[in-house]
Design a protein around this ligand. Sequence first.
Ligand SMILES: Cc1cc2nc3c(=O)[nH]c(=O)nc-3n(C[C@H](O)[C@H](O)[C@H](O)COP(=O)(O)OP(=O)(O)OC[C@H]3O[C@@H](n4cnc5c(N)ncnc54)[C@H](O)[C@@H]3O)c2cc1C
Length: 290
Amino acid sequence: MKDFEYFAPKKVEECLSLLSQYKKEAKIMAGGQSMLVLMRHGLLSPEYVIDVKGLSEMEYIDYDEGKGLRIGALTTHRDIEKSPVIMKYFGVLSEMERNLATIQTRNWGTIGGNLCHGDPAGDPAVVLIALNAKLKLIRQGQQRIIDMEKYSKDLLEVDLESEEMLTEIQVPIQRPRTGIAHEKLMVMQGDAGIVGAAVSITLKPGNGICEDARIALSNAASIPLRAKDAEKRLTGKEINIALLDEASQVASQEADPPSDVHGSAEYRREMIKVFVRRAAIMALERAKKG
Ligand SMILES: Cc1cc2nc3c(=O)[nH]c(=O)nc-3n(C[C@H](O)[C@H](O)[C@H](O)COP(=O)(O)OP(=O)(O)OC[C@H]3O[C@@H](n4cnc5c(N)ncnc54)[C@H](O)[C@@H]3O)c2cc1C
């Protein structure tokens, strides 16, 4: 690994000042779990590493009945998994975290690091797209809010300037009669998903017609993919199994999955059908209860 200069700022402002000073030569490190792998393989060689793990002001979970959920970017996967407020109001986030890696990895890895790494196989991104979440990005004297679904640009590339940092994930209150579920194909519990699907379904009051649907897929393209054509098959209709089969089929056609040692593109397309269908059935059941 190439030598680098190490900083451990005590305040966010200090971190922003370092980013502004060193720009592309600097890289933020949160848990380091993805970043150090890239550095060890020589794929990333920052001159300056800014270790933000000690910035406790970015580690929080806040819930407000009007504004919704706000998660600090340095919150660990394990804290999200175990948060009573998340279990109560956003159970799908807790379920997703339970299937993400091992307890050791969840204890140290952060939600912000996961999203900024930009891995299309990542689990949080698709669930947050289904939840219509937003991200807060700040740089010295400026901030912007961006939709989670617009954050990914390409494989391991996100909409993050070199002087910016992700500080917060914002999840709106879900409408009544909304059900959300996440399913991923794992060889063993906690494995990275060969494919994954997060589905949100909102039903109209009274008649069970689908008012809104959001479907997001992991490891199905170079970015976490929103399957908008599949969503359109559900919206405005009464959902039954035949319709879910059709939507799952459309989602698999929208995908452009990779081929690798874990599965061919063809296999992934088949599995996308299965996992979209599974997640949609669960989301529908939850929507009927909600
Ligand atoms: C063995 C193993 C198994 C895993 N399995 C899964 C899995 O099943 N599903 C899954 O989704 N993930 C999985 N992961 C990824 C893991 O969940 C972590 O979230 C991920 O490694 C990144 O978190 P980190 O805090 O370590 O980030 P880092 O490695 O420190 O950072 C990752 C990237 O984000 C940038 N960054 C970090 N924080 C910020 C910030 N606040 N603002 C701007 N840029 C920032 C860094 O500069 C770097 O480019 C696994 C990881 C390991 C090691």
